[in-house]
Design a protein around this ligand. Structure first.
Ligand code: ADP
Length: 562
Protein backbone atom coordinates (compact mmCIF):
# COMPACT_ATOMS: atom_id res chain seq x y z
CA UNK A 1 0.00 0.00 0.00
CA UNK A 2 2.82 2.35 1.04
CA UNK A 3 4.82 1.43 -2.07
CA UNK A 4 1.75 1.99 -4.25
CA UNK A 5 1.16 5.41 -2.70
CA UNK A 6 4.80 6.32 -3.16
CA UNK A 7 4.91 5.33 -6.81
CA UNK A 8 1.60 7.17 -7.39
CA UNK A 9 3.19 10.29 -5.90
CA UNK A 10 6.17 9.95 -8.22
CA UNK A 11 3.94 9.31 -11.23
CA UNK A 12 1.86 12.41 -10.46
CA UNK A 13 5.00 14.48 -9.95
CA UNK A 14 6.61 13.32 -13.20
CA UNK A 15 3.31 13.86 -15.07
CA UNK A 16 3.07 17.39 -13.64
CA UNK A 17 6.63 18.19 -14.64
CA UNK A 18 6.12 16.74 -18.11
CA UNK A 19 2.91 18.78 -18.48
CA UNK A 20 4.71 22.00 -17.50
CA UNK A 21 7.59 21.23 -19.87
CA UNK A 22 5.15 20.19 -22.62
CA UNK A 23 3.12 23.40 -22.33
CA UNK A 24 6.20 25.61 -22.34
CA UNK A 25 7.63 23.56 -25.21
CA UNK A 26 4.40 24.00 -27.21
CA UNK A 27 4.49 27.72 -26.51
CA UNK A 28 8.07 27.89 -27.78
CA UNK A 29 7.13 25.86 -30.85
CA UNK A 30 4.16 28.09 -31.71
CA UNK A 31 6.30 31.21 -31.22
CA UNK A 32 8.93 29.65 -33.44
CA UNK A 33 6.43 28.97 -36.24
CA UNK A 34 4.92 32.45 -35.79
CA UNK A 35 8.37 33.98 -36.07
CA UNK A 36 9.20 31.80 -39.05
CA UNK A 37 5.97 32.67 -40.88
CA UNK A 38 6.31 36.40 -40.15
CA UNK A 39 9.90 36.36 -41.44
CA UNK A 40 8.70 34.46 -44.50
CA UNK A 41 5.84 36.95 -45.05
CA UNK A 42 8.28 39.85 -44.73
CA UNK A 43 10.64 38.14 -47.13
CA UNK A 44 7.86 37.61 -49.70
CA UNK A 45 6.67 41.19 -49.47
CA UNK A 46 10.26 42.43 -49.83
CA UNK A 47 10.80 40.15 -52.81
CA UNK A 48 7.71 41.57 -54.44
CA UNK A 49 8.93 45.13 -53.88
CA UNK A 50 12.32 44.38 -55.45
CA UNK A 51 10.72 42.54 -58.41
CA UNK A 52 8.40 45.53 -58.92
CA UNK A 53 11.41 47.81 -58.92
CA UNK A 54 13.06 45.75 -61.69
CA UNK A 55 9.83 45.94 -63.74
CA UNK A 56 9.63 49.68 -63.20
CA UNK A 57 13.18 50.11 -64.51
CA UNK A 58 12.19 48.23 -67.65
CA UNK A 59 9.12 50.39 -68.06
CA UNK A 60 11.35 53.47 -67.74
CA UNK A 61 13.03 52.53 -71.05
CA UNK A 62 9.82 51.73 -72.87
CA UNK A 63 7.74 54.65 -71.62
CA UNK A 64 9.14 57.24 -74.09
CA UNK A 65 7.82 55.07 -76.93
CA UNK A 66 4.26 55.07 -75.64
CA UNK A 67 1.92 55.17 -78.68
CA UNK A 68 4.22 53.13 -80.91
CA UNK A 69 1.82 50.19 -80.82
CA UNK A 70 -0.89 52.17 -82.61
CA UNK A 71 1.29 53.14 -85.62
CA UNK A 72 0.82 51.82 -89.13
CA UNK A 73 4.31 50.47 -89.85
CA UNK A 74 3.42 49.71 -93.48
CA UNK A 75 2.74 53.42 -94.10
CA UNK A 76 5.83 54.40 -92.08
CA UNK A 77 8.01 52.10 -94.17
CA UNK A 78 6.71 53.46 -97.43
CA UNK A 79 7.13 57.09 -96.34
CA UNK A 80 10.63 56.44 -95.05
CA UNK A 81 11.68 54.89 -98.35
CA UNK A 82 10.61 58.01 -100.17
CA UNK A 83 11.62 60.79 -97.76
CA UNK A 84 13.91 59.39 -94.99
CA UNK A 85 11.24 60.71 -92.68
CA UNK A 86 8.92 58.68 -90.52
CA UNK A 87 5.20 59.43 -90.59
CA UNK A 88 4.11 62.44 -88.62
CA UNK A 89 2.94 60.51 -85.56
CA UNK A 90 6.09 58.33 -85.45
CA UNK A 91 8.35 61.37 -85.78
CA UNK A 92 6.59 62.95 -82.81
CA UNK A 93 7.22 59.85 -80.70
CA UNK A 94 10.86 59.53 -81.76
CA UNK A 95 11.49 63.27 -81.20
CA UNK A 96 10.15 62.97 -77.69
CA UNK A 97 12.32 59.93 -76.97
CA UNK A 98 15.39 61.68 -78.41
CA UNK A 99 15.07 64.28 -75.65
CA UNK A 100 15.24 61.61 -72.98
CA UNK A 101 18.72 61.74 -71.40
CA UNK A 102 18.71 58.01 -70.76
CA UNK A 103 19.44 57.41 -74.47
CA UNK A 104 22.61 58.70 -76.13
CA UNK A 105 21.09 58.92 -79.64
CA UNK A 106 18.48 57.29 -81.81
CA UNK A 107 19.61 55.33 -84.89
CA UNK A 108 17.59 53.56 -87.51
CA UNK A 109 18.52 50.55 -89.57
CA UNK A 110 16.07 49.45 -92.29
CA UNK A 111 15.74 45.66 -92.23
CA UNK A 112 17.19 45.07 -95.69
CA UNK A 113 20.29 47.18 -94.94
CA UNK A 114 23.54 45.32 -94.28
CA UNK A 115 25.22 48.24 -92.55
CA UNK A 116 26.31 46.60 -89.34
CA UNK A 117 27.40 43.44 -91.04
CA UNK A 118 29.59 45.39 -93.43
CA UNK A 119 30.53 48.12 -90.95
CA UNK A 120 29.01 50.99 -92.98
CA UNK A 121 27.01 54.01 -91.81
CA UNK A 122 23.79 54.00 -89.76
CA UNK A 123 20.91 56.46 -90.00
CA UNK A 124 20.90 58.86 -87.08
CA UNK A 125 17.83 60.82 -86.02
CA UNK A 126 18.11 64.58 -86.06
CA UNK A 127 15.67 66.14 -83.57
CA UNK A 128 15.75 69.51 -85.28
CA UNK A 129 14.83 68.34 -88.76
CA UNK A 130 12.92 65.25 -87.66
CA UNK A 131 14.81 63.32 -90.42
CA UNK A 132 17.35 60.48 -90.34
CA UNK A 133 20.76 61.10 -91.88
CA UNK A 134 23.63 58.75 -92.50
CA UNK A 135 26.51 58.56 -89.98
CA UNK A 136 29.37 56.21 -89.21
CA UNK A 137 30.02 57.80 -85.78
CA UNK A 138 27.97 55.38 -83.74
CA UNK A 139 29.01 53.12 -80.87
CA UNK A 140 30.22 49.81 -82.37
CA UNK A 141 28.62 47.91 -79.51
CA UNK A 142 25.28 48.83 -81.06
CA UNK A 143 25.91 46.22 -83.75
CA UNK A 144 25.81 43.47 -81.08
CA UNK A 145 22.36 44.63 -80.05
CA UNK A 146 21.22 44.74 -83.66
CA UNK A 147 22.60 41.23 -84.22
CA UNK A 148 20.72 39.91 -81.20
CA UNK A 149 17.51 41.64 -82.35
CA UNK A 150 17.79 40.20 -85.87
CA UNK A 151 18.28 36.63 -84.57
CA UNK A 152 15.44 36.97 -82.07
CA UNK A 153 13.02 38.35 -84.67
CA UNK A 154 13.88 35.67 -87.19
CA UNK A 155 12.82 33.05 -84.66
CA UNK A 156 9.50 34.61 -83.70
CA UNK A 157 8.34 36.63 -86.71
CA UNK A 158 5.94 34.00 -88.07
CA UNK A 159 3.84 33.98 -84.93
CA UNK A 160 4.33 37.60 -83.98
CA UNK A 161 1.12 39.67 -83.89
CA UNK A 162 2.27 43.14 -82.79
CA UNK A 163 3.81 46.00 -84.74
CA UNK A 164 6.91 46.34 -82.55
CA UNK A 165 9.15 44.31 -80.32
CA UNK A 166 11.59 45.67 -77.75
CA UNK A 167 14.87 43.76 -77.35
CA UNK A 168 17.63 44.71 -74.92
CA UNK A 169 21.33 44.07 -75.24
CA UNK A 170 22.23 43.72 -71.59
CA UNK A 171 23.18 47.14 -70.19
CA UNK A 172 24.29 48.62 -73.53
CA UNK A 173 21.32 49.36 -75.71
CA UNK A 174 17.65 48.94 -76.47
CA UNK A 175 16.54 47.88 -79.96
CA UNK A 176 12.94 48.26 -81.17
CA UNK A 177 12.05 46.08 -84.15
CA UNK A 178 9.26 47.71 -86.21
CA UNK A 179 7.08 44.93 -87.61
CA UNK A 180 5.13 45.34 -90.85
CA UNK A 181 2.14 43.21 -89.96
CA UNK A 182 0.82 43.29 -93.55
CA UNK A 183 3.38 40.71 -94.63
CA UNK A 184 4.89 39.59 -91.31
CA UNK A 185 8.21 41.22 -91.87
CA UNK A 186 10.56 43.47 -89.90
CA UNK A 187 10.58 46.90 -91.52
CA UNK A 188 13.57 48.20 -89.57
CA UNK A 189 15.25 48.57 -86.19
CA UNK A 190 15.38 51.62 -83.96
CA UNK A 191 18.61 51.35 -81.99
CA UNK A 192 19.07 53.32 -78.77
CA UNK A 193 22.44 53.10 -76.96
CA UNK A 194 22.16 53.90 -73.23
CA UNK A 195 23.73 56.91 -71.66
CA UNK A 196 25.43 54.86 -68.91
CA UNK A 197 26.51 57.77 -66.72
CA UNK A 198 23.01 59.15 -66.66
CA UNK A 199 21.48 55.69 -66.31
CA UNK A 200 23.54 54.83 -63.21
CA UNK A 201 24.08 58.16 -61.47
CA UNK A 202 20.96 60.05 -62.35
CA UNK A 203 18.43 57.28 -62.56
CA UNK A 204 19.27 53.92 -60.89
CA UNK A 205 21.09 55.29 -57.83
CA UNK A 206 18.44 57.90 -56.89
CA UNK A 207 15.64 55.47 -57.66
CA UNK A 208 17.13 52.83 -55.35
CA UNK A 209 17.47 55.37 -52.54
CA UNK A 210 13.98 56.72 -53.19
CA UNK A 211 12.33 53.31 -53.27
CA UNK A 212 14.13 51.47 -50.49
CA UNK A 213 16.37 53.86 -48.64
CA UNK A 214 13.83 56.18 -47.09
CA UNK A 215 11.55 53.71 -45.40
CA UNK A 216 13.34 53.23 -42.10
CA UNK A 217 10.81 50.64 -40.89
CA UNK A 218 11.38 48.17 -43.69
CA UNK A 219 15.19 48.52 -43.36
CA UNK A 220 15.45 46.83 -46.71
CA UNK A 221 18.85 47.36 -48.31
CA UNK A 222 19.27 46.79 -52.03
CA UNK A 223 22.51 46.76 -53.99
CA UNK A 224 22.80 46.77 -57.79
CA UNK A 225 25.82 44.72 -58.60
CA UNK A 226 27.61 43.31 -61.64
CA UNK A 227 27.90 39.63 -60.78
CA UNK A 228 30.59 38.99 -63.38
CA UNK A 229 33.16 41.28 -61.74
CA UNK A 230 31.53 41.73 -58.32
CA UNK A 231 31.40 45.52 -58.63
CA UNK A 232 28.63 47.39 -56.85
CA UNK A 233 27.03 49.81 -59.30
CA UNK A 234 24.46 51.51 -57.08
CA UNK A 235 22.85 50.95 -53.72
CA UNK A 236 19.85 52.05 -51.70
CA UNK A 237 22.12 52.92 -48.78
CA UNK A 238 25.54 54.02 -50.03
CA UNK A 239 26.90 54.08 -46.47
CA UNK A 240 26.29 50.36 -46.10
CA UNK A 241 28.91 48.07 -47.62
CA UNK A 242 27.85 45.09 -49.63
CA UNK A 243 28.10 41.89 -47.61
CA UNK A 244 27.37 38.66 -49.47
CA UNK A 245 26.65 36.82 -46.19
CA UNK A 246 23.85 39.22 -45.33
CA UNK A 247 22.07 38.86 -48.70
CA UNK A 248 18.67 37.22 -48.26
CA UNK A 249 17.64 37.05 -51.92
CA UNK A 250 18.60 38.24 -55.41
CA UNK A 251 16.50 39.52 -58.27
CA UNK A 252 17.22 39.51 -62.03
CA UNK A 253 16.00 42.19 -64.38
CA UNK A 254 13.35 40.94 -66.79
CA UNK A 255 15.10 40.33 -70.10
CA UNK A 256 17.79 43.04 -69.81
CA UNK A 257 20.83 44.04 -67.76
CA UNK A 258 21.92 40.38 -68.00
CA UNK A 259 25.10 40.95 -65.98
CA UNK A 260 23.41 42.96 -63.29
CA UNK A 261 21.46 41.71 -60.29
CA UNK A 262 19.65 43.30 -57.41
CA UNK A 263 20.82 41.92 -54.05
CA UNK A 264 18.62 42.50 -51.03
CA UNK A 265 19.09 42.20 -47.31
CA UNK A 266 16.61 43.24 -44.64
CA UNK A 267 16.41 43.48 -40.90
CA UNK A 268 13.47 42.03 -39.09
CA UNK A 269 10.57 44.42 -38.76
CA UNK A 270 9.45 45.35 -35.21
CA UNK A 271 6.71 42.67 -35.20
CA UNK A 272 9.11 39.92 -36.18
CA UNK A 273 11.76 41.26 -33.81
CA UNK A 274 9.19 41.25 -30.99
CA UNK A 275 8.18 37.65 -31.71
CA UNK A 276 11.86 36.71 -31.89
CA UNK A 277 12.41 38.42 -28.55
CA UNK A 278 9.57 36.59 -26.86
CA UNK A 279 10.77 33.35 -28.46
CA UNK A 280 14.15 33.88 -26.80
CA UNK A 281 12.56 34.73 -23.47
CA UNK A 282 10.41 31.60 -23.67
CA UNK A 283 13.42 29.52 -24.61
CA UNK A 284 15.39 30.86 -21.67
CA UNK A 285 12.43 30.24 -19.34
CA UNK A 286 11.98 26.75 -20.75
CA UNK A 287 15.65 25.91 -20.27
CA UNK A 288 15.61 27.47 -16.80
CA UNK A 289 12.44 25.57 -15.87
CA UNK A 290 13.89 22.39 -17.29
CA UNK A 291 17.15 22.70 -15.37
CA UNK A 292 15.28 23.71 -12.21
CA UNK A 293 12.76 20.87 -12.47
CA UNK A 294 15.39 18.27 -13.24
CA UNK A 295 17.48 19.64 -10.37
CA UNK A 296 14.45 19.54 -8.06
CA UNK A 297 13.64 15.99 -9.17
CA UNK A 298 17.21 14.85 -8.53
CA UNK A 299 17.24 16.62 -5.18
CA UNK A 300 13.93 15.00 -4.19
CA UNK A 301 15.10 11.64 -5.43
CA UNK A 302 18.31 11.72 -3.41
CA UNK A 303 16.65 13.18 -0.31
CA UNK A 304 13.97 10.47 -0.50
CA UNK A 305 16.71 7.85 -0.78
CA UNK A 306 18.60 9.30 2.17
CA UNK A 307 15.44 9.43 4.22
CA UNK A 308 14.66 5.85 3.29
CA UNK A 309 18.14 4.75 4.33
CA UNK A 310 17.81 6.67 7.63
CA UNK A 311 14.41 5.10 8.30
CA UNK A 312 15.90 1.69 7.56
CA UNK A 313 18.82 2.34 9.93
CA UNK A 314 16.41 3.54 12.62
CA UNK A 315 14.31 0.40 12.36
CA UNK A 316 17.47 -1.77 12.44
CA UNK A 317 18.55 0.19 15.50
CA UNK A 318 15.21 -0.31 17.19
CA UNK A 319 15.36 -4.08 16.62
CA UNK A 320 18.90 -4.13 17.88
CA UNK A 321 18.17 -2.04 20.96
CA UNK A 322 15.07 -4.06 21.83
CA UNK A 323 17.16 -7.20 21.72
CA UNK A 324 19.98 -5.62 23.72
CA UNK A 325 17.57 -4.34 26.37
CA UNK A 326 15.66 -7.58 26.66
CA UNK A 327 18.72 -9.79 27.18
CA UNK A 328 20.02 -8.21 30.44
CA UNK A 329 16.44 -7.83 31.73
CA UNK A 330 15.77 -11.54 31.13
CA UNK A 331 19.02 -12.38 32.92
CA UNK A 332 18.09 -10.17 35.86
CA UNK A 333 14.54 -11.51 35.89
CA UNK A 334 15.64 -15.17 35.99
CA UNK A 335 18.37 -14.58 38.60
CA UNK A 336 16.05 -12.43 40.71
CA UNK A 337 13.29 -15.04 40.54
CA UNK A 338 15.62 -17.75 41.79
CA UNK A 339 16.86 -15.55 44.63
CA UNK A 340 13.32 -14.49 45.56
CA UNK A 341 12.25 -18.13 45.84
CA UNK A 342 14.82 -18.51 48.62
CA UNK A 343 15.82 -21.91 47.28
CA UNK A 344 19.41 -20.93 46.58
CA UNK A 345 21.44 -21.35 49.68
CA UNK A 346 24.81 -22.29 48.34
CA UNK A 347 27.14 -19.32 48.88
CA UNK A 348 28.94 -19.73 45.56
CA UNK A 349 25.69 -19.88 43.56
CA UNK A 350 24.40 -16.85 45.44
CA UNK A 351 27.53 -14.95 44.45
CA UNK A 352 27.21 -16.04 40.84
CA UNK A 353 23.56 -14.85 40.65
CA UNK A 354 24.62 -11.55 42.22
CA UNK A 355 27.42 -10.98 39.72
CA UNK A 356 25.04 -11.90 36.81
CA UNK A 357 22.56 -9.28 38.02
CA UNK A 358 25.38 -6.76 38.50
CA UNK A 359 26.91 -7.16 35.01
CA UNK A 360 23.43 -7.15 33.38
CA UNK A 361 22.66 -3.91 35.25
CA UNK A 362 26.00 -2.39 34.11
CA UNK A 363 25.17 -3.35 30.52
CA UNK A 364 21.75 -1.77 30.85
CA UNK A 365 23.15 1.36 32.37
CA UNK A 366 25.78 1.74 29.61
CA UNK A 367 23.15 1.38 26.97
CA UNK A 368 20.80 3.85 28.63
CA UNK A 369 23.71 6.33 29.01
CA UNK A 370 24.39 5.97 25.32
CA UNK A 371 20.80 6.57 24.37
CA UNK A 372 20.51 9.57 26.67
CA UNK A 373 23.69 11.05 25.20
CA UNK A 374 22.24 10.79 21.72
CA UNK A 375 18.92 12.19 22.84
CA UNK A 376 20.67 15.13 24.46
CA UNK A 377 22.87 16.07 21.51
CA UNK A 378 19.88 15.50 19.25
CA UNK A 379 17.53 17.72 21.20
CA UNK A 380 20.33 20.25 21.36
CA UNK A 381 20.31 20.07 25.10
CA UNK A 382 23.82 18.94 25.54
CA UNK A 383 25.43 21.14 28.13
CA UNK A 384 29.06 21.52 27.46
CA UNK A 385 31.16 23.08 30.16
CA UNK A 386 34.07 24.45 28.20
CA UNK A 387 36.92 25.35 30.49
CA UNK A 388 40.61 25.92 29.87
CA UNK A 389 41.89 22.38 29.91
CA UNK A 390 45.43 21.04 30.23
CA UNK A 391 44.67 18.43 27.63
CA UNK A 392 48.06 16.69 27.90
CA UNK A 393 47.46 15.84 31.52
CA UNK A 394 43.89 14.71 30.99
CA UNK A 395 44.79 12.38 28.12
CA UNK A 396 47.72 10.97 30.09
CA UNK A 397 45.46 10.35 33.11
CA UNK A 398 42.81 8.65 30.98
CA UNK A 399 45.38 6.32 29.40
CA UNK A 400 46.82 5.55 32.80
CA UNK A 401 43.34 4.53 34.02
CA UNK A 402 42.56 2.35 30.99
CA UNK A 403 46.06 0.94 30.38
CA UNK A 404 45.62 -2.38 32.14
CA UNK A 405 42.20 -2.96 30.55
CA UNK A 406 43.63 -2.29 27.06
CA UNK A 407 46.86 -4.26 27.40
CA UNK A 408 46.03 -7.02 29.87
CA UNK A 409 42.29 -7.61 29.38
CA UNK A 410 42.20 -6.96 25.66
CA UNK A 411 45.76 -7.99 24.79
CA UNK A 412 46.63 -4.84 22.81
CA UNK A 413 50.04 -3.33 22.25
CA UNK A 414 49.65 0.27 23.38
CA UNK A 415 51.89 2.98 21.99
CA UNK A 416 51.42 6.48 23.31
CA UNK A 417 53.16 9.72 22.50
CA UNK A 418 52.14 12.87 24.33
CA UNK A 419 54.02 16.06 23.65
CA UNK A 420 55.25 17.90 26.74
CA UNK A 421 54.09 21.40 27.72
CA UNK A 422 51.10 21.55 25.45
CA UNK A 423 49.04 24.73 25.63
CA UNK A 424 45.54 24.67 27.02
CA UNK A 425 42.39 24.18 24.96
CA UNK A 426 38.80 25.27 25.68
CA UNK A 427 37.24 21.83 25.96
CA UNK A 428 34.70 20.23 28.25
CA UNK A 429 36.46 17.50 30.26
CA UNK A 430 33.52 15.14 30.19
CA UNK A 431 33.27 15.50 26.41
CA UNK A 432 36.99 14.69 26.06
CA UNK A 433 36.53 11.52 28.11
CA UNK A 434 33.50 10.40 26.03
CA UNK A 435 35.38 11.11 22.78
CA UNK A 436 38.40 9.07 23.90
CA UNK A 437 36.27 6.28 25.30
CA UNK A 438 34.32 5.88 22.06
CA UNK A 439 37.36 6.11 19.77
CA UNK A 440 39.38 3.64 21.87
CA UNK A 441 36.51 1.19 22.27
CA UNK A 442 35.92 1.29 18.48
CA UNK A 443 39.63 0.65 17.84
CA UNK A 444 39.42 -2.39 20.12
CA UNK A 445 36.08 -3.54 18.70
CA UNK A 446 37.15 -3.34 15.06
CA UNK A 447 40.58 -4.99 15.36
CA UNK A 448 41.38 -8.57 14.44
CA UNK A 449 44.67 -10.41 14.91
CA UNK A 450 46.84 -7.31 14.83
CA UNK A 451 46.00 -5.79 18.19
CA UNK A 452 47.65 -2.41 18.07
CA UNK A 453 46.47 0.86 19.57
CA UNK A 454 48.37 4.10 19.04
CA UNK A 455 47.42 7.31 20.87
CA UNK A 456 49.20 10.52 19.96
CA UNK A 457 48.74 14.05 21.22
CA UNK A 458 50.75 16.93 19.76
CA UNK A 459 50.53 20.51 18.59
CA UNK A 460 50.33 21.36 14.91
CA UNK A 461 50.29 25.07 14.17
CA UNK A 462 47.37 26.50 16.12
CA UNK A 463 45.70 23.13 16.75
CA UNK A 464 46.08 20.40 19.34
CA UNK A 465 45.80 17.11 17.50
CA UNK A 466 44.62 13.87 19.10
CA UNK A 467 45.11 10.71 17.03
CA UNK A 468 43.76 7.23 17.75
CA UNK A 469 45.22 4.59 15.48
CA UNK A 470 44.47 0.89 15.09
CA UNK A 471 45.61 -1.89 12.74
CA UNK A 472 42.14 -3.34 12.51
CA UNK A 473 39.63 -4.12 9.78
CA UNK A 474 39.62 -0.61 8.33
CA UNK A 475 36.75 1.18 6.59
CA UNK A 476 35.74 1.05 2.94
CA UNK A 477 35.88 4.28 0.94
CA UNK A 478 32.09 4.54 0.50
CA UNK A 479 31.36 3.84 4.17
CA UNK A 480 33.87 6.51 5.28
CA UNK A 481 31.42 9.22 4.19
CA UNK A 482 28.70 7.87 6.46
CA UNK A 483 30.30 6.59 9.66
CA UNK A 484 29.62 9.88 11.48
CA UNK A 485 25.90 9.69 10.63
CA UNK A 486 23.46 8.52 13.23
CA UNK A 487 22.58 4.79 13.16
CA UNK A 488 25.08 4.09 10.40
CA UNK A 489 26.96 0.81 10.71
CA UNK A 490 29.36 -0.34 8.00
CA UNK A 491 28.45 -3.95 8.73
CA UNK A 492 25.06 -5.42 7.90
CA UNK A 493 23.17 -5.30 11.23
CA UNK A 494 21.84 -8.83 10.71
CA UNK A 495 25.22 -10.42 10.12
CA UNK A 496 27.36 -8.03 12.16
CA UNK A 497 30.06 -9.73 14.22
CA UNK A 498 30.38 -6.78 16.57
CA UNK A 499 27.74 -5.27 18.80
CA UNK A 500 26.81 -1.67 18.27
CA UNK A 501 24.11 0.81 17.45
CA UNK A 502 25.83 3.11 14.98
CA UNK A 503 25.73 5.95 17.54
CA UNK A 504 29.25 6.18 18.99
CA UNK A 505 30.86 8.21 16.20
CA UNK A 506 27.81 10.43 15.77
CA UNK A 507 28.05 11.30 19.48
CA UNK A 508 31.81 11.89 19.08
CA UNK A 509 31.27 14.19 16.13
CA UNK A 510 28.52 16.16 17.86
CA UNK A 511 30.64 16.65 20.97
CA UNK A 512 33.68 17.72 18.95
CA UNK A 513 31.54 20.26 17.08
CA UNK A 514 30.13 21.59 20.34
CA UNK A 515 33.70 22.00 21.60
CA UNK A 516 34.78 23.91 18.50
CA UNK A 517 36.88 21.09 17.04
CA UNK A 518 36.91 18.88 13.92
CA UNK A 519 37.30 15.17 13.25
CA UNK A 520 38.53 13.25 10.21
CA UNK A 521 39.49 9.69 9.40
CA UNK A 522 42.15 7.99 7.28
CA UNK A 523 41.44 4.37 6.68
CA UNK A 524 41.54 1.64 4.09
CA UNK A 525 39.97 -1.78 4.17
CA UNK A 526 42.14 -4.32 6.01
CA UNK A 527 44.83 -1.72 6.84
CA UNK A 528 43.45 -0.14 9.99
CA UNK A 529 42.18 3.35 10.74
CA UNK A 530 43.42 6.60 12.21
CA UNK A 531 40.92 9.06 13.66
CA UNK A 532 42.26 12.61 13.95
CA UNK A 533 40.61 15.15 16.28
CA UNK A 534 41.66 18.81 16.28
CA UNK A 535 40.93 21.45 18.89
CA UNK A 536 42.09 25.02 18.45
CA UNK A 537 44.70 26.19 20.96
CA UNK A 538 43.42 28.86 23.36
CA UNK A 539 44.61 32.35 22.46
CA UNK A 540 47.09 33.63 25.00
CA UNK A 541 46.46 37.34 25.33
CA UNK A 542 46.84 38.68 28.89
CA UNK A 543 43.22 39.65 28.89
CA UNK A 544 42.26 36.15 27.76
CA UNK A 545 44.45 34.46 30.33
CA UNK A 546 42.89 36.44 33.15
CA UNK A 547 39.44 35.85 31.81
CA UNK A 548 40.03 32.16 31.14
CA UNK A 549 41.13 31.60 34.68
CA UNK A 550 37.82 32.88 35.90
CA UNK A 551 35.96 31.11 33.12
CA UNK A 552 34.00 28.19 34.36
CA UNK A 553 30.48 29.12 33.55
CA UNK A 554 28.20 26.80 31.71
CA UNK A 555 27.93 27.44 28.03
CA UNK A 556 25.06 26.28 26.03
CA UNK A 557 25.87 25.80 22.38
CA UNK A 558 23.17 26.08 19.86
CA UNK A 559 22.81 23.49 17.09
CA UNK A 560 24.13 26.06 14.59
CA UNK A 561 27.63 25.44 15.88
CA UNK A 562 27.51 21.85 14.54
P1 ADP B 1 28.99 1.23 16.34
O1 ADP B 1 30.44 0.96 16.61
O2 ADP B 1 28.14 1.12 17.53
O3 ADP B 1 28.48 0.49 15.17
P2 ADP B 1 29.90 3.89 15.66
O4 ADP B 1 29.13 5.12 15.36
O5 ADP B 1 30.89 3.97 16.74
O6 ADP B 1 28.85 2.77 15.88
O7 ADP B 1 30.66 3.50 14.34
C1 ADP B 1 29.99 3.48 13.13
C2 ADP B 1 30.60 2.48 12.18
O8 ADP B 1 31.90 2.92 11.80
C3 ADP B 1 30.84 1.14 12.79
O9 ADP B 1 29.69 0.33 12.63
C4 ADP B 1 32.03 0.60 12.03
O10 ADP B 1 31.58 -0.02 10.84
C5 ADP B 1 32.77 1.84 11.65
N1 ADP B 1 33.93 2.06 12.52
C6 ADP B 1 34.03 2.91 13.58
N2 ADP B 1 35.26 2.87 14.12
C7 ADP B 1 35.99 2.01 13.40
C8 ADP B 1 37.33 1.51 13.44
N3 ADP B 1 38.23 1.94 14.38
N4 ADP B 1 37.73 0.59 12.53
C9 ADP B 1 36.87 0.15 11.60
N5 ADP B 1 35.58 0.56 11.50
C10 ADP B 1 35.14 1.47 12.38
Amino acid sequence: MKVKKKSLRWILLVTGILAVLGLTGMNVYSLYTLRHSSIEAQRQSNKLRVAEFADRVRYRFIKPFYGLGGLDINRLEKKFKQTHHFTHKATRIVSKAAKDSIFQNIYYLPAQSNTCRQGGALLQFNSQSGAFSSTDAYPRVLCDGLGIARTRMKAIINKYRYNNKVIFDSDHSMIIALVNQADNRVAGYLALPFNRKYLINKYLQPQLVKTFGTNAHSSLNVWLRNWTDGQVIASSNPALHFNADKVQFKQQFPDFFDNWRLYASFNKNPKTAASQHSLWINLIILSGAFIFLVGAMLFMFFTARREEALAQRQSDFLANVTHELKTPISVMQAAGENLADGRVENQKRLQSYGSHIYSAAVRLRNMIDHLLEVAKTDANESFVHRTPLAIGEKVRDYIEREKSYITENKGFTLETSIQEHLPEVMVDEHSLTTIMKNLISNAIKYSGEDKYLGIRLFQEESDIVLQVEDHGIGIEGKAKNHIFEKFYRAEDPLTAKTNGYGLGLSIVKNLINLNGGTISVQSSKGQGSTFTVRFPVMRKSTKDTNRSKAFSSVLKFAKSTK
